[in-house]
Design a protein around this ligand. Structure first.
Ligand SMILES: Cc1cc2nc3c(=O)[nH]c(=O)nc-3n(C[C@H](O)[C@H](O)[C@H](O)COP(=O)(O)OP(=O)(O)OC[C@H]3O[C@@H](n4cnc5c(N)ncnc54)[C@H](O)[C@@H]3O)c2cc1C
Length: 258
């Protein structure tokens, strides 16, 4: 293992944070249990005082075929997974296009688009050295209780990459803002949409400093320039408070605040 300084104002998708020392885990290392693991930082909001951080090194960024199984390391980027699936005619990973992050981040969040979720196609996850079948892992909408650090995942190989499905899913993304964000800020409460609620309490487009609830899609907290952690946190708290007062609904953040 070794230390790397990562500037989260550049690295994180929402472009907030500061240069921070991150412990890089290499193959064979014992994974410490007193540090918070990050992936591609596409779903994170880093405060000025984050907990000690760690990250899987490129040793965990691999894809290999073993018989009828595809094994993907947890540090592998989603974009590269889609390219691999296209090149090798493998079905099921089309929805990962434009879903920024790593395999590990997808597993932790049970990331997905519409009816496609990573757990639908998953076979098993290697968690701290042990392969665990997905049936043994509690999971649901944007949630999976991994119980530890995932270092790899296995998928049954089904041939037939669908460019048509990929194009259809990409077109769904056209209603997403292009400004830096961390994806959806809140999980949708059951039977409703967080974006609709944010709009209903008058916060769509509402700005604090350089952070705003997007005009394009209200559930995206966007950075319009030099947005800060404090501005982002202010808007998150404000939306939660207003929606709770108006509808008695407590919105849960999808973004991890560190
Ligand atoms: C523009 C944009 C659009 C997005 N659209 C969607 C969408 O449509 N659907 C969707 O589901 N998400 C969406 N997201 C969110 C994001 O793409 C996913 O949550 C993605 O899975 C995050 O991966 P990451 O590697 O960046 O994880 P990070 O943001 O770095 O971490 C997220 C969480 O995963 C945990 N984690 C990371 N790696 C591991 C591991 N190896 N083992 C255990 N835990 C781990 C971290 O501890 C953290 O709690 C979007 C984000 C952006 C910026």
């Amino acid at each position: 293992m070794y230390i790397k300084t990562i500037d989260f104002a550049k690295y994180s998708s929402i472009k907030i944070g500061q240069p921070t020392e991150v412990l890089m885990i290499e193959k064979g290392d014992t994974i410490p249990n007193d540090r918070y693991l990050i992936g591609g930082a596409n779903n994170l909001l880093i405060s000025p005082t984050p907990p000690p951080l760690m990250m899987l090194s490129k040793d965990f960024a691999y894809i290999k075929e073993e018989g009828d199984m595809l094994e993907i390391g947890a540090a592998m980027l989603t974009g590269r997974i889609v390219s691999y699936a296209r090149k090798h005619h493998i079905a099921g990973f089309e929805f990962c296009a434009k879903l920024p992050g790593t395999m590990g981040g997808m597993l932790f969040m049970n990331a997905g688009v519409k009816e496609y979720e990573i757990f639908n196609i998953l076979h098993s996850i290697k968690i701290e050295g042990e392969w665990i079948k997905k049936e043994a892992i509690p999971h649901g909408y944007r949630f999976a209780n991994l119980g530890g650090i995932a270092t790899a995942a296995r998928f049954e190989i089904h041939r037939g990459f669908s460019q048509e499905r990929l194009d259809r899913l990409l077109s769904l993304r056209s209603n997403q803002p292009h400004d830096p964000s961390a994806g959806s800020a809140f999980k949708n409460p059951s039977g409703d949409a967080a974006g609709r609620l944010i709009e209903a309490v008058g916060l769509k487009g509402f700005r604090k400093g350089d952070m705003a609830w997007s005009e394009v899609h209200a559930n995206f907290l966007v950075n319009l320039g030099k947005g800060s952690f404090e501005e982002a946190k202010y808007l998150i708290d404000l939306a939660q408070e207003k929606i709770y007062k108006a509808y008695d609904i407590h919105l849960v953040t999808e973004i991890r605040i560190l």
